[in-house]
Design a protein around this ligand. Structure first.
Ligand SMILES: Cc1cc2nc3c(=O)[nH]c(=O)nc-3n(C[C@H](O)[C@H](O)[C@H](O)COP(=O)(O)O)c2cc1C
Ligand code: SF4
Length: 434
């Protein structure tokens, strides 16, 4: 259980005050968004993953989110991605206990990659809404049958049940970013002619049924967040007018809160992030020679860039918030205390923070205590390019630390050299071991 939030120093700001979300009380209105950690060797819970979330909790976040956990083995994009099964429950329990001990709540993001699951990892052709070639994987997917849809719905329900058993305070169903449920919502990937394709009413059927069944399993009073898209970011994809209707369907199906994001991982991966496209790091992270070659030759033209601006999803998020009566959180380019206070003042129930908390896991605590008023993340996005090989971290901060250490070491060397030369000049030669 989350320790008593009333004992936490909340400084009287609405952002840093306790609040109730779908039956749970959080110590403040900040939630670390799902950011793939790259710390689950062979799909298991590692000490590094536990420490990552314990560290975020110690840094003051209201709730942290264990990022993308596949609801079944065949929904994985990487070999070292969590997928929900009873064997990992002890590890997950240690993680939830560690976060609770620091006074925060913890959620887990449940999803399925659908057509961009990795064939070499899942050992079969991926599933999708409709047959489609995935440029990201260079593979085709199989169209899901009604039986497959029923089975995946069961997987979401089972995964949510296990998450609660492991001590998670909430689950976040991933219905955005071009993952499987988003592939059904998007006309770009869903070309089905049956009751799951065509009209929006048909395209939303499977995602809404997942939410409805998870709610039926978990009952009222257990927080179910749904991360969804405002738009996919490409021609022929889901657009805001339809996503407002999708939001209403999720509300009707029993969602406890919505998180409207954007972008399609296999097509417009930087739409949800905005900012830099770190081609060099992306090339280095590829294990296949052909991917490395392709990316280094065409990366700059293949991968679309989108300029960053603070609160880059605000307009669409407002329209979705005004169309439903359940709490809506804001995500996308939150950088400062002023941003957060403005968002909460105008009616967003909470704010989700990604890169600001990768840059500095103490971000929330330091804002709350007035030690800083904004993040110095520069949206270079090198953290996303390196997360799957090195584990997620702020690459820029690490480089700055290394630079500082090197320049200090350089200064020490120069000083020693000069002093050494002085000593040798006075006939007491001294060896420099550095
Ligand atoms: C390194 C990294 C990993 C991410 N992994 C995920 C993920 O696993 N699931 C997800 O829904 N979003 C993921 N995102 C997107 C973030 O949750 C968020 O939507 C995006 O970064 C915008 O928020 P921000 O401006 O606060 O960073 C990731 C972002 C980053 C930077
Ligand atoms: S590497 Fe650091 S500075 Fe760059 S986007 Fe990620 S968190 Fe921000």
């Amino acid at each position: 259980m989350v320790p008593d939030p009333m004992t936490y120093n909340h400084n009287n700001s609405p952002v840093f005050s306790p609040f109730a979300l779908d039956g749970m009380t959080l110590r403040n209105r900040t939630i670390r968004s799902g950011c793939f950690e790259g710390m689950s060797q062979e799909g298991t819970v590692t000490e590094r993953l536990i420490d990552h979330h314990r560290r975020l909790a110690a840094g003051g976040i209201g709730m942290t989110t264990v990022s993308y956990c596949s609801v079944s083995e065949d929904g994985r994009a990487f070999g070292h991605e969590l997928w929900m099964r009873t064997e990992i429950l002890p590890g997950l329990r240690r993680l939830t206990d560690a976060v609770h001990a620091e006074g925060a709540a913890v959620s887990i993001q449940l999803g399925h990659c659908g057509f961009f699951a990795s064939p070499s990892v899942i050992d079969r052709r991926p599933f999708g809404a409709s047959p489609k070639f995935c440029l990201f994987r260079l593979s085709y997917c199989d169209e899901m049958s009604e039986e497959d849809i029923e089975k995946k719905t069961d997987d979401f329900v089972r995964a949510a049940r296990l998450a609660r058993q492991a001590g998670f305070d909430a689950v976040e169903i991933h219905a955005g970013h071009g993952y499987l449920l988003s592939q059904f919502l998007s006309p770009w990937t869903n070309r089905r002619g049956d009751r799951y394709g065509g009209s929006l009413e048909n395209r939303v059927r499977f995602p809404a049924e997942v939410v409805r069944r998870v709610r039926a399993e978990m009952g009222g009073g257990y927080p179910i967040l749904v991360k969804m898209n405002q738009c996919d970011g490409m021609r022929g994809g889901l657009e805001l007018d339809e996503s407002i209707e999708v939001a209403r369907s999720f509300e009707a199906a029993g969602a406890g809160a919505l998180v409207p994001s954007c972008g399609f991982t296999a097509k417009t991966p930087f739409h949800m992030l905005r900012g830099g496209v770190p081609v060099r790091e992306m090339v280095r992270a590829q294990s296949s020679f052909f991917y490395r070659l392709g990316l280094s030759l065409f990366g700059r033209t293949m991968v679309q860039r989108y300029p960053f601006e603070p609160l880059f999803l605000l307009e669409g998020a407002r329209r979705i918030r005004d169309a439903v009566s359940i709490p809506v959180g804001y995500i996308g380019g939150v950088l400062s205390r002023t941003d957060m206070e403005t968002l909460v003042d105008e009616g967003f129930a909470f704010v989700q923070l990604g890169r600001a908390t990768i840059r500095d896991p103490d971000f929330v605590r330091r804002l709350e205590h007035g030690e800083l008023d904004r993040s110095d993340c520069d949206q270079c996005n090198r953290c996303i390019a390196t997360m799957s090989v090195e584990g997620v971290r702020c690459v820029t901060a690490d480089l700055a630390t290394t630079d500082r250490a090197l320049s200090q070491r350089g200064t020490r060397l120069i000083r020693r050299r000069l002093v050494g030369e002085y000593h040798s000049s006075v006939a007491n030669p001294k060896e420099d071991h550095e």
